[in-house]
Write a protein that binds this ligand. Structure first.
Ligand code: GUN
Length: 286
């Protein structure tokens, strides 16, 4: 029987601390932190994520604007908008909601975002900083996962951390962060041979593949810590990448879906916004 890692409650705690800091800094600088989200097209999942981010910003005292661009937007228009936001001193954070239409080269677009306004930690400068062991702005989901492991005093150093999924948003930065905490890290992916043999060695198992219930009890070692990043809707029911019913009895700790990693991602986005704002304001302050 596992202890449930309550991401929702912990995220509320983080958000309340952020609100306090934001209020203090607004008083000091007389400027409200401002996040701009760029949303291309009408994808319902992206729209819903963006709504969640807007509402969280508002509650934390952070101004949020959404720039909606039609699915037909050209690369030139998109790059021009990012250039404009980079130069705008009233904007402290820029988030390009992913995925973007396939005809764009996401690396080229993301690389244009000012590294000091990169609340996602996706620009080449911030990715390099993390990989080189000197993290600046770090992707929100892996950051939230490290925070909740620490909150529950779960040791990482020396532990075998197995990550299923090698995305640039979660898998790869998760590996870098766990490595920084002195974990022994293995990344599994679609070409991995005999996945259960590897996941069964995991002291900490992070699953981020977007395939509902793909990790079952037979993949998990007794006493493992299981972190479920997946969130899919099947027939109106939200499900993670982990088959909760069969894994819960074996795990020592587990994140629920919903109420686990999702709320932490948003809390860390607010934290990254605050970090961008603070850095930019302190640079300009005399
Ligand atoms: N789409 C799904 N997850 C994310 C994320 O963390 N950041 C951005 N920008 N888009 C996403």
């Amino acid at each position: 029987m596992a202890v449930i890692l309550d991401g929702k409650a912990f995220a509320a705690e983080i958000r309340s601390e952020i609100k306090t800091t934001v209020d203090t800094l607004i008083e000091r600088f007389n400027v409200v932190p401002h996040l701009v989200v760029i949303l291309i097209g009408e994808d319902p999942a992206s729209q819903s994520y963006v709504k969640g981010k807007e509402s969280a910003c508002l509650k934390a005292g952070i101004k949020s604007s959404v720039i909606r661009m039609p699915i037909t937007v050209t690369e030139t228009e998109l790059l021009a908008k990012i250039t404009e936001l980079n130069a705008d001193r009233t904007v402290h954070g820029i988030l390009l909601q992913l995925p973007i239409p396939k005809r764009f080269d996401p690396d080229k677009i993301i690389a244009l975002i000012d590294k000091n306004k990169d609340v996602d930690g996706f620009t080449p400068e911030n990715v390099a900083a993390l990989t080189n062991g000197r993290p600046r702005l770090v992707p929100c989901t892996p950051l939230g996962i490290i925070k909740i492991l620490k909150k529950y005093a779960i040791p990482i150093a020396g532990k075998h951390c197995v990550i299923v999924g090698r995305s640039t948003i979660v898998g790869k930065p998760m590996a870098a962060l766990l490595l920084l905490e002195n974990g022994t890290v293995t990344i599994c992916h679609t070409k991995t041979v005999n996945l259960p043999a590897i996941t069964n060695q995991a002291d900490i198992l992070v699953v981020a593949v977007g395939q509902p219930k793909m990790i079952t009890g037979m993949h998990v070692k007794e006493g493992a810590v299981v972190i479920d990043v997946g969130i899919s809707k099947i027939d109106g029911v939200i499900s993670g990448d982990v088959d909760y019913e069969s894994v819960y009895p074996k795990a020592a700790f587990i994140t629920p879906v919903p109420g686990g990693v999702g709320p932490l991602t948003i809390a860390c986005l607010l934290e990254n916004c605050l970090k961008c704002y603070q850095t930019l304001m302190e640079e300009n302050h005399d």
